[in-house]
Design a protein around this ligand. Structure first.
Ligand SMILES: [Zn+2]
Length: 442
C-alpha cells in the first residue's frame, strides 16, 4: 500500500458537491477547507478534511507539508488541439503588423501551413513534439487534456495524429502497471524509461472536419469523413468524441449535421466548434444533436443560449483565442450562468489562434473580460470540465474515491491564480497520487 498525506494547506479547494455539472450559484461554491489536509491511498483520495483530523490517522503515509500553499484538483482542459507539427511564428509576426487573415493565408500561413508540416512529420517526431506540449500543460497545473485531431485531413494523417494521442496515454498506463505491481508486491514491471515519462491524461477527439482538404469539394470531403475516416476511427477505438468546425467557409449546418449524425451512429459522443466568427445557428444544431458540448459561442445570442439549456448541452468558452486574435467580443458567460448552463472554460491550445496551455491565464481572462468570479472560473475549469469529458465521477474535485489528481500552488488564496496573471504559480503536480512535476525540478 502506498499512501500520502498532504497537511497544513492554507486552503484545500475541494469542489465537493452534487454529482453533475454545477449551475447558477453552485459555480461559486468551492467548499474550501482552511488549514486543510488530504489522505491519498493507492492513487485515490481516501479522506479530505481539517489538517489536524487527517493527522490523527496517518499510519505509514508519506507526509507532505503544504503550509502557505493552495491545494486544488488538477485543471481539466476540455478543448485543445495538442498534436501538430511546427508553429505559426510567421503568422504571429504578420498579425502583429496588422495583416489580415486573408493576407496571412496568401503568404502561405494559416491552418494550411500546419496541415502541411503535420502531414510531413513522422509519427515519432509528432509524438516528441506532443510530449513537449503535454509537459507545458503539467507545468500550468493541468492533469487532464482533451485533444483534437484535425491537422491531417487525410485518412492516414488523421489516424496518425490519433495514434500519437494513444501513445501519449500509454505512458500513463505504464506507470499504472508499476503501481499495480507495487500493490501486489510482485516483481516490478519492466518498462523503458521513455515509457514512464508522466504526462496528463489525454481524451481523444476526432476532428477530421476541421477544414476542407485542399483540392476537394466540400461535399466530397464530408463524404470521405463519413465513409472512410469515421469507420476507421471507431473500429480502432481511437477517439471518444467527434467534433466539427461549423462556420461559414468551413462546414455549414447541414454538412455538420451529417457528420455528427454519422459519428453518433458509430458510437462517438459529439461536440462542436460553433458560432465563433458568425452566428450561424451552431448552438441550435448542437442542441438538436444532443451534443455533450458546444464550444466557442462568441456570437451566440439568447435563443442559442436557451436552446443549449433546453438540451442540457455544456458550453465550453475559450477566451484565450479571442485575446490572442486581438478581438474584443467574448462569449456571454454571465448570461449563460444566469440561464443555468454548466459553463466550462478551456484554453483552445493551438498554434494559430490560441498558443497557450495556461489555464491560470484563462482564469484571468474569464474574470477580467467575461466578468466571471474567480470561484466560478475555478469550477468551470475543474469539475464542470470533467463532466464535459464524461469523467465527472473520477476527476475534477477532491472527494473520497476520486483519483488523486491535484496541484499544489505557491499562493495562500486560490484567487491569486487569476489575480497575479502571467506568472507561474505551480509548486507540484500529482496524478493518481504520483508526483509528476515539482517546481524544483523545472
Ligand atoms: Zn478549437
Amino acid at each position: 500500500m502506498s499512501s500520502l498525506a498532504v497537511l497544513n494547506a492554507s486552503q484545500v479547494i475541494t469542489l465537493a458537491g452534487p454529482k453533475r455539472p454545477r449551475i447558477g450559484a453552485e459555480l461559486s461554491e468551492l467548499e474550501i477547507i482552511r488549514d486543510g489536509g488530504m489522505l491519498v491511498r493507492d492513487g485515490k483520495i481516501e479522506r479530505v478534511g481539517p489538517s489536524d483530523e487527517i493527522e490523527k490517522d496517518l499510519g505509514d503515509a508519506e507526509v507532505l507539508d503544504a503550509r502557505g500553499r493552495v491545494v486544488m484538483p488538477g485543471f481539466v482542459d476540455a478543448h485543445t488541439h495538442l498534436v501538430f507539427a511546427g508553429n505559426r511564428l510567421e503568422d504571429f509576426e504578420r498579425r502583429s503588423r496588422g495583416e489580415t487573415y486573408e493576407q496571412i493565408a496568401k503568404a502561405g500561413g494559416g491552418i494550411w501551413s500546419t496541415v502541411e508540416k503535420t502531414r510531413a512529420a513522422s509519427e515519432p517526431d509528432l509524438l516528441a513534439q506532443a510530449k513537449k506540449h503535454a509537459n507545458w500543460f503539467l507545468r500550468c497545473g493541468t492533469t487532464t487534456v482533451e485533444a483534437k485531431s484535425g491537422y491531417g485531413l487525410t485518412v492516414e494523417d488523421e489516424l496518425k495524429i490519433l495514434r500519437v494521442m494513444r501513445q501519449l496515454n500509454a505512458s500513463c498506463r505504464a506507470s499504472d502497471a508499476i503501481r499495480e505491481s507495487r500493490i501486489a508486491s510482485t516483481a516490478p514491471v519492466r518498462v523503458d524509461a521513455a515509457e514512464t515519462e508522466a504526462g496528463p491524461e489525454i481524451v481523444p477527439t476526432f476532428l477530421g472536419a476541421h477544414a476542407v482538404s485542399r483540392g476537394m469539394s466540400p461535399d466530397k470531403y464530408v463524404e470521405l469523413v463519413i465513409t472512410e475516416m469515421l469507420p476507421r476511427v471507431s473500429a480502432e477505438k481511437l477517439a471518444e468524441f467527434c467534433d466539427v468546425f461549423c462556420e461559414r467557409g468551413y462546414f455549414d449546418v447541414d454538412q455538420s449535421r451529417k457528420i455528427l449524425s454519422a459519428a453518433k451512429k458509430v458510437g462517438l459522443s459529439v461536440r462542436g466548434h460553433v458560432d465563433q466568427l458568425t452566428n450561424s445557428g451552431g448552438a441550435k444544431l448542437m442542441a438538436e444533436m444532443g451534443a455533450t458540448t458546444a464550444d466557442h459561442l462568441e456570437q451566440t445570442d439568447e435563443q442559442g443560449i436557451a436552446a443549449l439549456k433546453k438540451a442540457n448541452v455544456q458550453p465550453v468558452l475559450l477566451p484565450a483565442s479571442v485575446y490572442a486574435l486581438g478581438l474584443s467580443r467574448y462569449p456571454r458567460a454571465r448570461e449563460m450562468i444566469e440561464a443555468g448552463l454548466g459553463v466550462v472554460l478551456a484554453t483552445d491550445f493551438n498554434p494559430g489562434s490560441s498558443p497557450t496551455p495556461s489555464m491560470p491565464m484563462v482564469l484571468s481572462l474569464a474574470c477580467t473580460q467575461m466578468k466571471m468570479s474567480p470561484a466560478e472560473a475555478v469550477t468551470a475549469s475543474t469539475v464542470n470540465a470533467a463532466y464535459s469529458l464524461h469523467r465527472g465521477d473520477k476527476i475534477g474535485s477532491l472527494e473520497p474515491g476520486k483519483l488523486a489528481n491535484f496541484v499544489i500552488f505557491d499562493c495562500e488564496d486560490y484567487r491569486e491564480l487569476a489575480y497575479w496573471f502571467g506568472m507561474p504559480h505551480t509548486h507540484a503536480v500529482y496524478i493518481r497520487g504520483d508526483r509528476v512535476l515539482d517546481s524544483r525540478e523545472r
